[in-house]
Design a protein around this ligand. Structure first.
Ligand SMILES: [Fe+2]
Length: 316
């Protein structure tokens, strides 16, 4: 309660105390209000409009400035001035109600009840809202986690017949994400390629064992069937609504395209090949070179890098 007349502060404080409101703080010097508000948030402010030094409008704008967004703090202005313009100005500055002096205690209390009611209702509303936000946030996170886990497992399906641990698919994701980071792509793209790249060979689940698991070199017909894993994979992933699924489709389709246009299935060349698919192509080759395959030993990292550099402008 802020009023330069001590008698008014005493009168209103007594009225409040008698009505059961015991935590009332009165100020006759408006300059003391700001420091007080640093440590306390009141439920109601009763503010005199005409005071020497700092008038009610200044105190009002001080209080409004300090209030966090979505906070409803009722401010009841009291004044000897009964003109409509001052009332309007006060309401525009953030006051919620207006009482003219001389004040009748009963009338004052009716205003206090109603303003405090609104204040507590608004506090409850904020509490419910932040509770709900927490629930939504938690459920969204769980849903996202479930989505990512499903994608990861789907990626392993592609490799289950020749890489039971799923290590290859995970490595491709991580390696592609590292490259995307090195290329200063956005954090969203880095995250996208990390999640989508492991699905690049998902189409292999539709390739027969006798071809997929064959030890020797492929004949032309077998190679053609093997190459179908890109369009089969893209088809499997097509029509997805999430960005990860759409990126995965693009990567599945384009990760065997070559920079020189000699790749498959579309023979795209250069920058016509989507960038994330080009990144996965490098990661896929690097991983294949540095690990044992039925037909080759594992190359050292420098050897693999040298080979990729040699293919610059051709394959990559
Ligand atoms: Fe592939």
């Amino acid at each position: 309660m802020v009023d330069d007349e001590l008698s008014v502060v005493r009168f209103l404080s007594r009225a409040l105390n008698e009505a059961g409101y015991l935590r009332v703080r009165g100020f006759t010097d408006p300059a003391e209000v700001s420091p007080y508000l640093d440590s306390t948030t009141p439920d109601l402010v009763v503010l005199d409009l005409c005071m020497p030094g700092k008038d009610g409008f200044e105190v009002l704008s001080d209080i409004s400035r300090r209030l966090p967004r979505d906070t409803f703090l009722p401010i009841l202005m009291v004044s000897g001035m009964d003109d409509l313009e001052s009332k309007l100005r006060a309401i525009r500055a953030g006051a919620k109600d207006f009482l003219s002096k001389p004040i009748v205690a009963q009338e004052f209390l009716v205003h206090v009840y109603s303003l405090l009611d609104t204040r507590f209702l608004s506090l409850r509303l904020n509490e419910t809202r932040s509770g709900l936000q927490g629930v939504v946030q938690r459920e969204t996170m769980e849903l996202r986690q479930a989505h990512l886990e499903t994608l990861e497992r789907l990626g392993r399906v592609a490799e289950i017949r020749d890489d039971v641990t799923g290590q290859h698919t995970n490595r491709i994701g991580r390696l592609s994400a590292l490259m995307a980071q090195e290329l200063h792509l956005s954090q969203e793209d880095v995250e996208l390629v990390l999640r989508a790249a492991p699905l690049h060979d998902i189409g292999k689940i539709a390739i027969a064992d006798k071809i997929l698991l064959k030890d020797g070199i492929f004949g032309p017909e077998e190679r053609e069937i093997m190459q179908e894993h890109v369009s089969l994979g893209a088809e499997l992933l097509s029509g997805g609504r999430s960005e990860i699924m759409q990126t995965a489709e693009q990567i599945a389709l384009c990760h065997h395209e070559r920079w020189d246009g000699q790749g498959y299935p579309q023979g795209l060349a250069g920058e016509d090949i989507p960038l994330l698919a080009r990144i996965v192509a490098v990661a896929d080759t690097f991983d294949a070179l540095t690990h044992v395959r039925p037909y080759k030993e594992a190359w050292t990292v420098p050897e693999a890098i040298a080979e990729i550099r040699r293919e610059r402008g051709w394959q990559f």
